[in-house]
Write a protein that binds this ligand. Sequence first.
Ligand code: KG4
Ligand code: ZN
Length: 333
Amino acid sequence: MILAIETSCDDTCAAVVTPEGELLSNRVASQALLHARYGGVVPEVASRGHLEAIDAVTADALEEAGVSLAEVDRVAVTRGPGLIGALLVGLSSAKALAAARAIPLVPVDHLHGHVVANTLGPDPIEAPYICLVASGGHTFLARVDDPASYVVLGETIDDAAGEAFDKGARLLGLPYPGGPELDRLARSGDPAAFDFPRSAPRRGEGRDLDFSFSGLKTSLLYRIKDLGEEESERRRADLAASYQEAIVDALARRVKQSLEREGLERVAIGGGVAANSLLRERMHELCGTLGVRLWVPPRELCTDNAAMIGAAARFTPALPFPDYLDLDAAARL
Ligand code: KG4
Ligand code: ZN
């Protein structure tokens, strides 16, 4: 049994996964309310939050799985990238759990977790495939030929897609975290009401699958200023829908380009933004048209979770006891 722990940002997560990829439990203690008053994740607050929650979340994951610590033969943990203090809490806890029983530890790349989240469950995706990962911290397209690794085909050159959602939501006066709120508000708006710029990545050899979202947020800021307070309040849903349309269009376009360029017939989406209802809809349409099979994970496997860390651990070499005792967390890998 693999016990997996993830604390790279503001969610304290633990899960139990079998070596065959069956998901036995997946627990998340969200700190969203702790950070809401600051309008974003405060690293020090996140570390303290993890410290308080980690033992209970781990115990809950084991209990839900019906697995005792004695049955765990590997502890998987996110080593990075993420907030260094937050990562350290998960890593220290994982080391302690593993070292106490002298079992191996598997240090996992958080992004690898997002990329292979769809290898879990009753209908696992098989390589080769393309995966779009769009979260609050990262946005990239990966090609997976073997689930043990991935090749980045394109990535954002500035803001992540989730960051674009969150910053846009903030400009529209929505509470943090703004992505899901903007998604909800956009449902009653007209996506063609405003014309927002599509991402214009840097030019250059082989960089045509990159993303750029920072211009979009500036454009929303100016549109709100031009409309004035009263009018932009009245047209909030239209602004949200048009803004969301621009982000989703940029993401879906790159997915289409990458599938055509790489000639692959399987695609997965992951990261918090994969929970966006318009992106899900657009991806279904696109894949239907191209005759490509799409994997969209359930929401709890899209946002940060430890199940995906357990999934990646199946394809990552384990460090035997006591080799991992001096292993460090890494803000960047
Ligand atoms: O993967 P995740 O939980 O954490 C990171 O690793 O960043 O992603 C969180 C991001 C946030 O920016 C959040 O606003 C966004 O995913 N998000 C959404 C939706 N649900 C979460 N963005 C748009 N629409 C949603 N429904
Ligand atoms: Zn993530």
